[in-house]
Ligand binder design. Structure first.
Ligand SMILES: [Zn+2]
Length: 390
């Protein structure tokens, strides 16, 4: 048993002052400071700092020099450990659009990691397939060479290879045969998200009704108001704001989304519907200046400059190099209120992928995924299920 004393605890209902947090692998209790210190437990002083729920990143490709799709045996553990050191206590492993055999190999390795467990680091919550059913018109840095359309045998093959661990899939709903995917996600309890899409608002809203309830990195490879021929249409952004049932995510590395855009999103959607994500590629947590987006041998060469990955011709950003502590700081520096920033890094993403019964907030019974920040918001300690990450 461990006790964090002398801290301000950030909960979904506000900040609790002068409390102690008691935990083992799970949160046991939140008590008044001093009341629990006789129990012989290990005492950790927060020295007047803040205690937060661990961050939940629902869109991340890599870090520490590795991508989740790399075949190196140390790849998955290295990504998980790198992000854990920066406050991410659980995450979805995100794949991107790449050659079939690389994608299948990656899904299989991640499925095995889900079955066998991983060593230390952030908890792997499942797989997030970013593509490949994307529109080449909105590909961003996704390597789309041929237009792929949903088919059941391919989806079922991935589901089996993953040991039933696919939690989320992103697709462009304006493409043909998308009802096949809509049925498959419903049958398998998978979160469907609209991303890398040229859809207009009508199509986005139609597919909200078919179970596409999330928007992949809003403002990045999504549409806004536009003309089709001589007729004006709303875009994905307008649909996201209009429909309360949509949840959204923002790449909060301080590069992809300007301050006013993030604040507008918090104003309209609120912290309950807005998740902050890293969308980090392999160079996150390193000081590399050149890197590769995607699997190491078949991926796209990118440069890292001004704190973001770019395609070599600088025509597009190519993922972020942020970690979740950076996203949290970005939100604070933009003026997002503290409790909202915390929620969008923890409880909201946990709820979006359906793990809020055990992740996302510091409440008795939930996993002891805990961050200690000092008074100046420097990250001091990280606990994943009660174990300290060093
Ligand atoms: Zn991504």
């Amino acid at each position: 048993m461990k006790i964090i004393t002398g801290c301000k605890i950030i909960t979904p209902r506000g900040i609790l002052e002068n409390k102690s947090l008691i935990f083992d692998g799970r949160i046991v209790a939140v008590e008044d400071a001093g009341s629990a210190e006789q129990s012989g437990a290990q005492v950790i002083s927060a020295e007047g700092g803040y205690v937060l729920p661990g961050f939940v990143d629902i869109h991340v490709h890599g870090g520490g020099g590795y991508d989740f799709l790399d075949s190196a045996p140390e790849a998955i553990d290295t990504v998980l450990k790198t992000h854990a050191r920066h406050g991410t206590t659980s995450l979805l492993a995100t794949t991107l659009t790449c050659p079939d055999e690389i994608l299948c190999r990656g899904i299989k390795m991640l499925g095995e990691a889900m079955k066998n467990g991983t060593e230390g680091g952030s908890e792997l919550l499942g797989l997030h397939l970013e593509g490949p059913y994307f529109s080449s018109a909105a590909k961003g840095a996704q390597a789309i060479t041929e237009q792929k359309l949903p088919n059941i045998s391919e989806l079922e093959n991935w589901r089996k290879l993953s040991n039933n661990s696919i939690v989320r899939i992103d697709a462009a709903p304006e493409l043909p045969d998308m009802d096949i995917l809509a049925r498959w996600v419903k049958d398998n309890g998978v979160l469907a998200s609209i991303g890398h899409s040229g859809a207009n608002a009508e199509t986005a809203i139609e597919y909200l009704g078919k179970g596409f309830t999330h928007i992949t990195h809003l403002y990045c490879s999504t549409t806004t108001e536009h003309k089709e021929g001589q007729v004006v249409h709303g875009g994905i952004v307008e649909a996201a704001y209009l429909c309360d049932d949509f949840t959204v995510e923002l790449i909060a590395d301080g590069k992809h989304i300007p301050k006013e855009t993030m604040l507008l999103c918090f104003k309209i959607k609120g912290a309950d519907k807005t998740a902050l994500i890293t969308d980090a590629m392999r160079a996150a947590g390193t000081d590399a200046e050149r890197s590769v987006l995607g699997e190491i041998k078949t991926g796209t060469p990118v440069i890292i400059e001004d704190g973001v990955a770019k395609l070599a011709d600088r025509s597009s950003f190519a993922g972020s190099v942020a970690t979740m502590d950076v996203c949290f700081h970005t939100a604070l520096s933009y003026g997002v209120p503290l409790c909202d920033a915390v929620k969008s890094c923890s409880l909201t993403p946990a709820r979006i992928i359906g793990v809020d019964d055990r992740k996302g907030s510091l409440e008795p019974g939930k996993d002891a995924d805990i961050l200690i920040y000092d008074r100046d918001f420097n990250l001091k300690k990280v606990f994943v299920r009660g174990n300290e990450i060093v």
